[in-house]
Design a protein around this ligand. Structure first.
Ligand SMILES: Nc1ncnc2c1ncn2[C@@H]1O[C@H](COP(=O)(O)OP(=O)(O)O)[C@@H](O)[C@H]1O
Ligand SMILES: Cc1ncc(C[n+]2csc(CCOP(=O)(O)OP(=O)(O)O)c2C)c(N)n1
Ligand SMILES: [Mg+2]
Length: 326
């Protein structure tokens, strides 16, 4: 058992390979602040996300996977801005200093951080209910970051990859369904979300707006529409689904997961038609799911569904909101 907070930080975090100084990290863990050196003509993109037990992951989560999920979810915001990860901080609240748990957690964090080439630059370790807050720092050439605002009338509405897998995995995550082999791919998406960092960078100078899907496709497209002051149209039949999710849950439920489930950490973006072919030729799995129909102050979202046109007013995950029947 490590002897207190500082021994714990030294053993599990400061000495981790992903915490080593170098490249843009001039001063890492151990002082009052970390110091990052950014090249000229680069801007710093910053985003924070918290993961709480019972809200963002279940009690008893495998610490290796939890670390991976936390970093993946958080880096997705950098992907959405077209930023390249540089560093992250980790504020960890732990009920107890369990050696096996910490060893596995640090291993998972290190593996994920090395995969995404991002350095752990600092953090905070406290006793309390299990909760993780990560702040990610990324760099982007000045003026080139993708934003939620900027969608233009006539643009295509696109997503990168298949949606609804992580939401479809929830009954297995929560232990409501017994383990089955066909659910493993879905569980993998839940536990190891793959932030679309390369796609985000490829969208710089091409996409007119972008967001990462955390709360649900419709909810996050609603954020794009509002920030861009446009009416967005989503055609539910064009939203790409996972074949296993369809086989396990049925087409209707798999589609509901893709439209409203959240936890995808895939990018949704608006794109001028002339840019689509180039992106696809570069190997990105990009699907057109709708279009920017018109300008609209305050934004609006319409869903083409089963031959009907519906105005979407909500439909995603929101903290503090009671579930409704409608
Ligand atoms: N407590 C807070 N203080 C300041 N800004 C916040 C707070 N909570 C959220 N935000 C900001 O509100 C915006 C929307 O947050 P959120 O929906 O969590 O974004 P995301 O889905 O990208 O994580 C972001 O710009 C975020 O930085
Ligand atoms: C154990 C569990 N994991 C995941 C979910 C689904 N879920 C929880 S929070 C959330 C939305 C994303 O979280 P948020 O804190 O809003 O992330 P942000 O949008 O800030 O990135 C979703 C889809 C759930 N209900 N239960
Ligand atoms: Mg957030």
């Amino acid at each position: 058992m490590p002897a207190g907070e500082f021994a714990l930080i030294a053993r599990y975090f400061a000495s981790a390979a992903c915490a080593a100084a170098g490249e843009e990290l001039a001063l890492g863990i151990g002082d009052d602040c970390a110091i990052l050196s950014l090249a000229a003509e680069q801007q710093l993109a910053v985003s924070t996300d918290t993961l709480n037990q019972g809200v963002h992951f279940p009690a008893g989560a495998d610490p290796r996977l939890l670390a991976w999920r936390a970093l993946g979810c958080t880096l997705s915001d950098l992907a959405a801005m077209g930023a390249k990860p540089v560093g992250f901080t980790l504020a960890l609240s732990l009920p107890e200093a369990d050696e096996a748990w910490l060893t596995a957690f640090a291993e998972g964090l290190n593996t994920a951080a090395q995969q995404y080439r991002v350095r752990l630059v600092g953090g905070d370790t406290t006793r309390g209910p299990l909760s993780l807050t990560l702040t990610v720092l990324g760099r982007v050439p000045s003026g080139m970051a993708l934003k939620r605002s900027g969608a233009q009338v006539g643009d295509l509405l696109c997503v990168g990859g298949v949606l609804g897998q992580a939401a479809a995995a929830l009954p297995w995550v929560l232990g409501e369904r017994l383990p089955e082999a066909a659910a493993e791919g879905l569980l993998h998406r839940y536990w190891q979300p793959a932030p679309q960092l390369a796609l985000g960078r490829a969208l710089r100078g091409r996409a007119t707006s972008a967001i990462d899907i955390s709360d649900g496709l419709l909810a996050d497209c609603g954020h794009l529409a509002k920030a861009s002051n446009v009416l967005l149209e989503v055609d539910s039949a064009r939203v790409p689904l996972d074949a296993n999710a369809v086989a396990l849950l049925g087409a209707e439920q798999a589609q509901a997961c893709a439209l409203r489930g959240g936890d995808d950490y895939r990018l949704a973006f608006t794109l001028p038609l002339r840019c689509l072919e180039g992106l696809q030729a570069e190997g990105y799995a990009v699907s057109v799911i709708g279009r920017v129909r018109s300008k609209q102050v305050g934004g609006a979202l319409e869903l083409l569904h089963n031959g009907r046109r519906e105005t979407v007013t909500q439909g995603g995950y929101q903290h503090f909101q009671e579930p409704t029947d409608g």
